[in-house]
Every structure is written in structure tokens, then in C-alpha cells.
Design a protein around this ligand. Structure first.
Ligand code: S3P
Length: 438
């Protein structure tokens, strides 16, 4: 059963115009507190993402005895170097990245721990980290392959692991456990999963050798604290990019966004659809190239998406589906079966909720196809406690006729605090209503 709490009220909008920053990158923010906890010294993090998922990782790290000074919601100092046994289970709430990366770290500790989360997180598959960690000798047990995960001290050995899916969370969990192993650990990936772990650990002094397919971590070098300026999250930017593409007259500039090539698949796919998107690279932050993205309203055409680009835009498919509905002709997506094991089964949930707005989409086992353009009609839809579903439905509502209500708006703050305010500042008519049922 979907439990509705706060809701978004969306009026079909006019143009979105202006410039803004988006909140800090979620993947980097999780890693900044975890890696900072492992490093000797003080890790100073600026533009950290204060969102539901990342706050869960921060609390878990604090439960491991790490002092974190909160200079502001987005600026913190992590005093790392020593972890101690937690006195209670670590609650990662809805954060898949939080629980899977921490499982790798906990596997190498000389004390036991339990990693748990919300009902939603407990439904997600954990064998993908349990299996390789066990190959390393870890003593880790799930509840039928799901959280809670019980981890006990064990001697870890280095392994060569061929990941069956291109998952940055799995790759990271194995490499992090590799820090505590007795020899080198190599992970081979079948596709270009995001590489923030490799970039950040290398910057902190880890011995990591990276090729496009592999990452080899040789233990023995202590991590040293460095400072991180977290760039803006391209996954959050994607909602604003698609909204601007859809709404006639729009011209939006997004500053300081991570342009890490393992994350920019959404820009490639949208450009192939005819999107007017200009990118200017401005430097490096937390190991990632960063820059400015300018996007103007564009007539889109359908596109075929499959293969390596899928993992480079994996979190953007819910909002990409909204863009595809506005495009002329067929859009066909394959190789995206991983969407079924995200916070929700995003293929099923998006197809269902967009249908409630009048869309015709055919779901396939590993993707979907649809023919556009399709005019949506405002309705009441559900976010399913999945931030990216909620926000994608808001974007769909902007292009619909009549008012759209998106029940379950709170979850947007799992990755994009201030989402409605940001849209409003750019000219959209989106309001958030709290603590009651409409
Ligand atoms: C993430 C990896 C991806 C992505 C998730 C964040 C990360 O998950 O979908 O939102 O920070 O490592 P998978 O590793 O399951 O593909």
C-alpha cells in the first residue's frame, strides 16, 4: 500500500528561465563521509548534500565513533582514522549506496555490526554485495539475501571479481573491503559504472590501478584526509533539464554540475533527441570535471537507447521517460533491467503512474517503448516513496493539461532538498503541501 504524506501541487507551466545551482552530488556525498571516516586526519567537505539518503550515511558513520563537526548543513569536518563498534544496528533508511558501501567497510573491521534500513531498503537485493564479500572471506549474512545484514570480524583476502552487472555500489563495496584484505583486489566491470570511488580513493592516497574495465586496489597504503568540494548532482540537474526542454520559451543555466563521463549519459541521449544543451567545462572538483549546463526548450525526436549508455544514465530513466513522451516518434529503451531493483521497480511504477496521466507506454522486461508526442492530462499520482519517481511526475505535470497532484512528495528530499523551491524560482508553478491529505 502506498502511504501518502506530503504532496506536490503542479499547475501546467510556462517557460522556465534563469540560472541556479543544484544540490551536491549524492554519490560523492555518501563517499565523502565514509572515506573521510577511514582517513587519518580531518576531511573538510563543502557543498555536501544534506538529504535523506546522505544524512543516513552520516549518522551511521557517527555511530561508528567518528566525530563530525557540522559547520553548516552543507559544510562539515570529518575527524577520521578510527572506527569503534556501534552499540546498535546502523540504520541506512532508504539509502542503497549507504548500506552497500558500508557493508564493504564493515566486512574489514575487527568488530561486529548490523546494517539495516527502511522497509523499502529491506526489499532490495543484497546478494550482489554479500556474494563477492564472502569470496573475500567476509563473515556477512543477510535475511534471505536482503537487509538486515549481520557482519562479523573475519580475515579478508584479495580476489579477482567479475561483476555480473555494471554496479558502482558493488564495485565500491568490494574495493572498500579490499582496503582491509591481505592482497590486491581486482574488480572487472561489464560496463562503465560510475567511478567516484576510484577517483576519490586515489586522491586520498590509495594504491589503485584503473583501466576502463578494471580497478585493482592494493592494500597497505593508509588513506589521508583531503578536502572535498562536492560538485552539483547531474541526476538532480536532469529534472530541471527535462522540464526546460519541455516548456516552450525555457532557457535555464545550471552552474557547477559534475560532468563525470560515467554520469553524463542523459546529456548524450537528450542531445541525440535534438535537445539544445550546451556544456562548458570549468575545472575539477572531488576528482570530477565540473561545469555549466545551459538548456533551452527544444522539439525532441524519439531515440533508441541501449548498451553502455544505460549505466551512464541509470538514475535518469524516470525523467527520461517523461522527455520521451514529448518526443516525436518512437523511443525504445533496452538493457535497463536494473531499473527494476532501484528504490522501486522504476519501469513498472513509472509506466503505471504516467498511464494515470493518460500516457501509453509499453513496458518490456528490460525497458520500454512508446510513441510520441503524447499530451498528458493532470491527475492524482503517487511517488511510491521513491524520490526520482516523485520528481519525474512533477516534471510530467508541468507539461500536462490541468492540475497534477503528486502524493508522497517528502521523498524528493532524499536527494534534492528544495526541489519545489528551485522549480518555482525558475518560474514553474509547483507548491508543496505538508502533513495532511489533499
Ligand atoms: C550509485 C550507484 C548506482 C546508482 C545509485 C548510486 C553509487 O547504483 O543507481 O543511485 O553512488 O554508487 P548501482 O550500483 O546499484 O547501479
Amino acid at each position: 500500500m502506498v502511504q501518502a504524506k506530503d504532496w506536490f501541487q503542479v499547475q501546467p507551466g510556462g517557460a522556465l528561465r534563469g540560472s541556479t545551482r543544484v544540490p551536491g552530488d549524492k554519490s560523492i556525498s555518501h563517499r565523502a563521509v565514509m572515506f573521510g571516516a577511514l582517513a587519518q586526519g580531518e576531511t573538510h567537505v563543502r557543498d555536501w548534500l544534506p538529504a535523506g539518503d546522505t544524512e543516513a550515511s552520516l549518522s551511521a558513520v557517527q555511530q561508528l565513533g567518528v566525530q563530525i563537526d557540522r559547520l553548516s548543513p552543507t559544510e562539515l569536518v570529518v575527524h577520521g582514522g578510527k572506527l569503534i563498534a556501534p552499540t546498535a544496528p546502523l540504520d541506512l533508511v532508504n539509502a542503497g549506496t549507504g548500506i552497500r558501501l558500508l557493508a564493504g567497510i564493515m566486512a574489514g573491521q575487527p568488530f561486529p555490526s548490523v546494517l539495516d534500513g527502511s522497509e523499502q531498503l529491506r526489499r532490495r537485493p543484497m546478494n550482489r554485495v554479500i556474494a563477492p564479500l564472502r569470496l573475500m572471506g567476509a563473515d556477512i549474512e543477510g535475511d534471505d539475501g536482503r537487509a538486515p545484514l549481520t557482519v562479523r570480524p573475519a580475515h579478508l583476502r584479495g580476489i579477482e571479481y567479475h561483476m555480473p552487472m555494471a554496479s558502482a555500489q558493488v564495485k565500491s563495496a568490494v574495493l572498500l573491503a579490499g582496503l582491509f584484505a591481505d592482497g590486491p583486489t581486482t574488480v572487472t566491470q561489464p560496463g562503465p559504472a560510475r567511478d567516484h570511488t576510484e577517483r576519490m580513493l586515489t586522491a586520498m592516497g590509495a594504491d589503485l590501478a584503473v583501466t576502463p574495465e578494471t580497478a585493482t586496489l592494493t592494500p597497505g597504503k593508509a588513506l589521508h584526509a583531503i578536502n572535498f568540494d562536492v560538485p552539483g548532482d547531474i541526476s538532480s540537474a536532469a529534472f530541471l533539464i527535462v522540464a526546460a526542454l519541455l516548456m516552450p520559451g525555457s532557457d535555464v543555466t545550471l552552474h557547477n554540475v559534475s560532468l563525470n563521463p560515467t554520469r553524463t549519459g542523459i546529456l548524450d541521449a537528450l542531445r541525440e533527441m535534438g535537445a539544445d544543451i550546451t556544456v562548458e567545462e570549468m575545472g575539477l572538483q572531488a576528482g570530477d570535471p565540473v561545469g555549466t549546463i545551459r538548456v533551452c526548450h527544444s522539439a525532441l525526436r524519439g531515440v533508441r537507447v541501449g548498451g553502455d549508455v544505460v549505466v551512464r544514465m541509470i538514475d535518469e530513466f524516470p525523467v527520461f521517460m517523461v522527455a520521451a513522451l514529448a518526443a516525436e516518434g518512437e523511443t525504445f529503451v533496452k538493457d535497463a533491467g536494473e531499473l527494476r531493483v532501484k528504490e522501486t521497480d522504476r519501469l513498472k511504477v513509472m509506466t503505471g503512474e504516467l498511464s494515470a496521466l493518460g500516457a501509453a507506454i509499453t513496458e518490456t522486461e528490460d525497458g520500454f517503448y512508446l510513441f510520441g508526442p503524447q499530451q498528458l492530462a493532470g491527475a492524482k499520482v503517487f511517488g511510491h516513496d521513491d524520490h526520482r519517481i516523485s520528481m519525474s511526475l512533477v516534471v510530467a505535470g508541468l507539461g500536462a493539461s490541468g492540475q497534477t497532484t503528486v502524493l508522497d512528495a517528502e521523498c524528493a528530499a532524499d536527494s534534492f532538498p528544495g526541489f519545489a523551491d528551485t522549480l518555482q524560482r525558475l518560474g514553474a508553478d509547483v507548491t508543496i503541501h505538508e502533513l495532511a491529505h489533499p
